[in-house]
Design a protein around this ligand. Structure first.
Ligand code: DC
Length: 225
């Protein structure tokens, strides 16, 4: 079973993915990590983020172990890492180079400890439109920019990262703008995605909406066998 969950930053994709991965024993692929890895490599090696050829070279040579090594860096999820990821993710050559790695994961999904999983839940921006257009279930999760900025701001505070709500809101607007208006795989729902607005609802209410959709997919997959 392949489930894709796309949407803008801090919309709640991670919460949905973690919940579904646990409940249905699916591997979880957070595809933002591949772009964060390339972006952070650019930053750490002092490359100009505008250098598309260099970013594409890092993308072509990225491996899972390298990505996990970079994920341990303090700036992997900071605003520095987020901004770099958003910039390099707009480059068509970077996206093309990282596509196979993301698609191949569904052929042989594994948990973090390497044991095999029965399927995968993807978290990203284009996983329902580009990475897995044939996914069994596609969700598009969103919420207002202000609510997403507030969530991200609280997350930063809880991690002891010094910032202000205004700065987080400004960064989020800039990132949304770049992710939605780039020519290569812009952030948008797949035509067959189910749209979930997480602005007001609590997590449990949203999960109760999604579970019947997943159960229907599982039933169809069993019948097809
Ligand atoms: O989900 P995230 O915040 O970790 O993603 C970081 C950046 O990577 C985001 O600004 C856009 C990009 N991204 C993308 O273009 N396509 C994806 N499937 C996932 C992330």
């Amino acid at each position: 079973m392949i489930i894709t969950i796309d949407g803008p930053a801090a919309a709640g994709k991670g919460t949905f993915c973690n919940y579904l991965a646990k409940k249905y024993r699916l591997a979880y692929f957070d595809t933002g990590m591949v772009y964060r890895a390339v972006g952070l490599q650019m930053v750490l090696t002092g490359c100009d983020l505008k250098d598309q050829a260099k970013a594409a070279e890092f993308a072509r040579t990225l491996t899972f172990p390298k990505m996990m090594e970079l994920a341990a860096h303090k700036d992997f999820r900071s605003d520095v890492g987020s901004n770099a990821a958003s910039v390099v993710s707009a480059y068509p050559d970077v996206r093309a180079a990282l596509l196979k790695m993301q698609q191949d994961f569904a052929l042989n999904p594994v948990f973090a400890d390497g044991s095999p999983a029965k399927g995968v839940v993807y978290d990203g921006r284009d996983t329902g439109t580009v990475v897995c257009p044939n996914a069994d279930l596609k969700l598009f999760v969103s919420a207002s920019t202000e609510i997403r900025a507030q969530r991200r701001y609280e997350e930063f505070l809880s991690k002891g990262i010094a910032t202000t709500y205004e700065k987080v809101l400004q960064d989020m607007k800039a990132r949304d703008e770049r992710d939605s208006n780039r020519s290569a795989a812009p952030l948008k729902p797949a035509d067959d995605a189910v749209i979930i607005d997480t602005s007001a609802k609590d997590v449990e209410v949203n999960m109760q909406k999604i579970i019947p959709l997943v159960e229907a997919v599982l039933q169809n997959l069993t019948i097809e066998k």
